[in-house]
Design a protein around this ligand. Sequence first.
Ligand code: MCU
Length: 438
Amino acid sequence: CNRNNDYYSQCIPGQATTPAPAPTTSTATTPPPSSTSVPAAPGSCPVLPSNPSFTANARLPNPFKFFNGNAVTTKADWDCRREEISQLLQRYELGTLPPKPSSVTGSYSGGRLTINVSEAGKSISFQVSISTPSGATAPYPAIIAYGGMSIPTPSGVSVITFNNDDIAAQTNTGSRGQGKFYTLYGSGHSAGAMTAWAWGVSRIIDALSTTTGHNIDLNRIAVTGCSRNGKGALVAGAFDTRIALTIPQESGSGGGGCWRISDKMLSSGINTQTASEIVGENVWFSKNFEPYVRSINNLPFDHHLLAALVAPRALLVIDNTSIDWLGPRSVFGCMKTANKIWQALGVADHMGVSQVGNHNHCAFPSNEQGDLDAFVNKFLKNQSTNTNIVKTDGANQVGFVDSEWVDWTTVAVILLCFTLYAYIRQRVHRGSKLPLPP
Ligand code: MCU
């Protein structure tokens, strides 16, 4: 959807679905996307109790039911539900994502963007490098790469290299509270490293939107990372609606995997990472997650709902079938389930899963190139491609049985709304002048 077009915003939960047409001038005239979170209708959303009691659920929780049990049936409901999911994830797994600080400024020079942030009398500054794609016409789409690119760099796309470890360290469990995020907010802040990194990505986009010279098109920004950084990239894409395309690579359990399915894999003898293991390895999650890691079924969410926060924007989950530790069945089942949310929103092809084996961890295999190109070309280069991609080459994935994990269906009202949206979009693209829908 075109974020600036009211036709679309009437029917779409979230903000962007398809990228806006490529601007023809420099970034100085490119209107920045308006906000970093989807505002829920004031006063009309169900309020989460401050100390809710949880009911165990062995299946993947229903995206289309509020915590209070009410059904999600309209676009406004989905906006509220999205906010509720975001709050639940922050409270019980990821830690609190602070809002935009009182001061964020940027300066760009010679391929480096410096971001200065101040809040409540404290200040930090960090830098990212920005490459200029050769032979392309500005403004350029860009990929923010955690720790550098691990997927092949697409032609015509700028790479923004983000040293996420500088914002929140991730050496081991001793890294808790270390990094520039914690200099600003205090070492006892609830945010785990991934939330701190997502905050950093948002500040990069803030600074891009107030500086010139970098020639980045703010409507065509992607984020990626591999492995632990892939988990992080998914969290950034979930929280910042200015990101058009999210590409977590081999993120495994704690990323594209669902905790419940990973637990089941381990209990059936497959050496897969689980929540109870991961919190003893590193600080990617909030301390507030720890009480739940041995009773994951009590949590009213799983990672299909983390992915749901990206919808209806684009998500391509790149994964590896050959490494049990990554929980390939968990990632495939979890993300295939997440795709149902995009289906309900009428944009199933904005979310893809490509799971290919027989390569080393984070070594992008050439037979996945077509899937990556399809997403990059559609969502960063405004081309028409086929992004209906939910596939695995892993025989093990047959072990994921939908009915074992999903006891809910999608919601017809949302579907209707999105069908109408798709129709209007087609007509507008053909140059029709339709009246605003009621
Ligand atoms: C897949 O991401 C992690 C994994 O969660 C860890 O258990 C392992 O130690 O490291 C992986 C990784 O980040 O590899 C680069």
